[in-house]
Design a protein around this ligand. Structure first.
Ligand SMILES: [Zn+2]
Length: 178
């Protein structure tokens, strides 16, 4: 009997180790962009396999950026964020929007009337779910960010409706201290 308990103990230890690693990783699950790319987008591409994205992104960011999903209204980190700073792609770190272009749309999603530079976001028609919408995605890593609508405020009349989990917020230095 004694010889039989040893492998069981080994398996238990392995499970405990795996569990502690899982807990540690989960604590670090907030979307964090790796290697921020601030300023005008100059055309390089970030390409990963689906398995690599799954490993590097939080489950929520993966579901949205790679799975084209949408987070529930008023559940994301940034819809009610009023701090000054920049919003970068949670997949590749490309700067997408700045707080100066953010407005309260009343939708429960972070909303912007324009991107930091026109080149820094890409759009394409999206006819999914029987709707005619325009998808907004990251031109650098291809990650799905949200949609753009024609009912925004001046000066553009556009409303970029973006998922919080698809972006990371980088506060301006002065705002960090508040
Ligand atoms: Zn990206």
């Amino acid at each position: 009997m004694k010889t039989r308990t040893k492998p069981v103990l080994g398996v238990l230890l392995a499970l405990l180790t795996a569990a502690s690693i899982a807990v540690f990783t989960q604590g670090d699950a907030a979307p964090k962009a790796k290697g921020c790319y601030m300023g005008r987008y100059r055309g390089d591409k970030v390409v990963h396999t689906d398995a690599e994205w799954k490993k590097t992104l939080s489950p929520e960011a993966y579901r949205i950026l790679r799975g084209h999903d949408t987070e529930k209204a008023c559940t994301g980190l940034y819809w009610d964020n009023h701090k000054e700073g920049a919003y970068v792609c949670a997949g590749c770190g490309l700067e997408l929007f700045v707080s100066k272009a953010k407005f309260n749309s009343g939708t429960g999603w972070p909303s912007f009337f324009e991107p930091i530079y026109p080149e820094n976001v890409a759009t394409r028609p999206d006819h999914s779910f029987g709707m005619d919408r325009t998808e907004v995605y990251c031109p650098r890593c291809g990650g799905h960010l949200g949609h753009v609508f024609q009912d925004g405020p001046a000066p553009t009349g556009l409303r970029y409706c973006i998922n919080s989990a698809a972006v990371s917020f980088i506060a301006d230095k002065a705002d960090e201290k508040r």
